[in-house]
Design a protein around this ligand. Sequence first.
Ligand SMILES: NC(=O)C1=CN([C@@H]2O[C@H](COP(=O)(O)OP(=O)(O)OC[C@H]3O[C@@H](n4cnc5c(N)ncnc54)[C@H](O)[C@@H]3O)[C@@H](O)[C@H]2O)C=CC1
Ligand SMILES: CC(C)CC(=O)C(=O)O
Ligand SMILES: [Mg+2]
Length: 378
Amino acid sequence: MDARITVLPGDGVGPEVTAQAVACLSAVGERFGHRFEFQEALIGGAAVDATGDPLPEATLAVCRSSQAVLLGAVGGPAWDGRPRHQRPESGLLRLRQALGLYANLRPVAVHPALEDASPLKPEIVRGTDLMFVRELSGGLYFGEPRSYSDQAAVNTLPYTRAEIERVAKVAFELAAGRRRNLVSVDKANVLETSRLWRQVVEDLAPAYPGVKVQHAYVDSFAMALITRPRDFDVVLTENLFGDILSDEAAVLAGSLGLLPSASLGGSVGVFEPIHGSAPDLAGQDRANPIGTILSAALLLRHGLDLQAEALALESAVDRVLQGGHGTGDLKGAIHPHGTRSLGDRIREAIRPPRARAPRLVDSAYSWCGSPEGHRSRP
Ligand SMILES: NC(=O)C1=CN([C@@H]2O[C@H](COP(=O)(O)OP(=O)(O)OC[C@H]3O[C@@H](n4cnc5c(N)ncnc54)[C@H](O)[C@@H]3O)[C@@H](O)[C@H]2O)C=CC1
Ligand SMILES: CC(C)CC(=O)C(=O)O
Ligand SMILES: [Mg+2]
């Protein structure tokens, strides 16, 4: 296959981690006989510095002309305090909205070699395998009216039935292909938007009779997530709650630097780690590249529909972790590498296609790996 992939390195550790993911994608291409062409473009603070705009029109055009987008992270202290239209984060929000990316998949699995990496007890985290489905293009991050003055500030949390329904369908379908257990997280005891959210999920449930549906309030769910994570399978929630809860879930996995994501719904998906630009690590070859490399695996699976290739990359990460290699953020019996050295190891561990067809679940990091798994257009 020939595919054009846009790379948006962004700020802070973004360029360091995307470089490793691009090297891994190139290696997958070589081993499997594909030609991936990479085109880089500006986003975030780097784009503000170069053009004054965190999402230049040229970047959007390049993204639209490609099959998939790999993104690092945006933001950092250099741009704090700028007006909203010049903040790096607003470039990322505009990109998600412009590409119609309403479903953000954030898988969280605890790798067997990393059960000691979490500050929580191994018996709590062992076997955790979650799929967050976070609504990505609505809610508080986009709602109008919004305003700021030094005396009063306003944000608005709107959702329509159609917006809730389309992301909830993604969650139901994923749950049907996994352990058939869906928890929808809201704050329906206080928020009107959450009342509607809960009603829409209830209205959809009869169409998925095999899926067990529960509702949870976000405050108590935040506790359940880190005390009994194995009770959950697919977690559906709105934009803000999903942002917060998925970072919390990184405590289960052992580091924020491990977790990938896929943002789907439009014609071009964006694949990025869930972490930010980690200014405290930037430029020091210390960032964990695994979240971005696993995002590249999701890009292969959902962006390019290359199932065996995605599995080959996930299995390479598996083997490297199983061998006791990682970066300094991973506690426990892990030999710490730099970003580049760990990326090299993973790249070298990518194996060529096997004669036999891959099994559906062949890796601790094989999420929704079925051929029916979600594409860029859920
Ligand atoms: N998607 C994006 O581009 C996001 C951007 N941000 C932006 O990033 C900047 C920094 O935000 P923070 O709140 O500090 O969040 P952050 O996610 O950048 O960092 C939080 C903590 O996690 C660690 N961490 C993050 N990525 C890591 C990696 N790959 N390997 C090892 N450790 C890692 C950092 O060292 C830090 O201790 C801000 O400007 C924020 O707005 C924040 C979240 C998402
Ligand atoms: C716009 C981003 C900074 C929001 C965020 O933290 C995320 O998507 O994980
Ligand atoms: Mg976040």
